[in-house]
Design a protein around this ligand. Structure first.
Ligand code: GLU
Length: 314
């Protein structure tokens, strides 16, 4: 009895010294760009786990809107989300009308992601107007691409009912559906290059449709978080030239419920290994330490603010 009690006492005393803080980052489909980005961040955070006692793991999820809602209810500590959905959640507008997420906080705006309309070339879709009467996947509920595609629809005067079929497949299922001729095209808001579109363009003759014209111009005027950009040429089969479209930033977000220490550690792990981080995915090619602070539409978390100040970035 005595022996047991003292063993318990030793255990109780030694636990706090070794107890680790576990953090989970919500991402997107495994063939997208969020998932390897979460992996890249955790890899750097876990390198320091002996000193920091913070252990990072990554979860594949339904995307931006899911990540924000799941951070809100405390089941995720961090998540990656499109800057348009972060803006709406933080202000309680658009998709988050009446459902403002006040505790949502920014950590960093990592890389640009672009709304990409990937179609079967044989479906003959050459502009946004051509999707009427076609089978188009918008994205699963909870994905950011569904949210942004619907914003584009509203601006272009296109209704879901104008499509022959409005799909809600998950990101990882879209390339196969395109190859198997179950859909004519899909919208994906994603950082390039991405495995998802490589898979699609390697298995079927794909056309990435330019998203340009009056409705896109007015979207960019209306909303601070949209900007024009090209899907780079030469990264997908059949696309030697860039394709014009518009996009947002992929932002790492968290909430007030997450400790300053955890957020500080995440930011520090990335910034102090910035060159190795940049090598972990080609979508980070043009990012700089300064660009990490462009496109933040929720207030910075105090743990992130602390690091940026110390590093002289703010
Ligand atoms: N932007 C997409 C979304 O929020 C996810 C893109 C990715 O997984 O890389 O649904």
């Amino acid at each position: 009895m005595k022996k047991l009690a003292s063993a318990a006492l030793i255990a109780a005393l030694s636990v706090p010294a070794f107890s680790a803080e576990f953090i989970t980052i919500g991402t997107g489909g495994v063939t997208g760009t969020y998932y390897p980005t979460g992996g890249a961040i955790c890899r750097l955070v876990n390198k320091l786990k002996k000193q920091t006692k913070i252990r990072c793991s990554v979860e594949s999820t339904g995307g931006s809107v899911y990540n924000i809602n799941t951070i809100k209810n405390g089941e995720l500590d961090f998540g990656i989300a499109q800057s348009d959905t972060v803006y709406q959640a933080s202000k309680g507008t658009g998709k988050f009308k009446g459902k403002q997420v006040k505790k949502l906080k920014s950590v960093m705006a990592i890389y640009p992601e672009l709304l990409t309309l990937v179609t079967r070339r044989s479906s003959n879709i050459n502009s946004i107007a051509d999707i009427k009467g076609k089978r188009i996947n918008l994205g699963n509920p909870g994905s950011g691409n569904e949210a942004t595609a619907l914003t584009l629809f509203a601006e272009s005067g296109i209704k879901k009912s104008d499509l022959k079929f409005a799909g809600a497949l998950k990101a990882a299922e879209m390339p196969d559906a395109l190859r198997d001729n179950k859909i004519d095209g899909y919208f994906y808001m994603v950082g390039h290059p991405t495995a998802n579109i490589k898979d699609a363009s390697n298995s079927v003759d794909v056309k990435i449709v330019p998203l340009t014209g009056a409705s896109i111009d007015s979207l960019i005027k209306k909303y601070p978080y949209f900007a024009k950009a090209d899907v780079p040429g030469g990264i997908y089969k059949g696309h030697p030239q860039g394709t014009p479209t518009f996009g947002v930033k992929a932002v790492l977000v968290t909430s007030d419920d997450v400790s300053d220490k955890a957020v500080y550690t995440v930011v520090k792990s990335i910034l102090e290994n910035f060159d190795s981080f940049k090598r972990l995915h080609p979508a980070y090619k043009n990012i700089t330490k300064k660009s990490l602070l462009d496109g933040l539409s929720a207030p910075l978390h105090p743990g992130a603010l602390k690091y940026y100040k110390e590093a002289g970035l703010l």
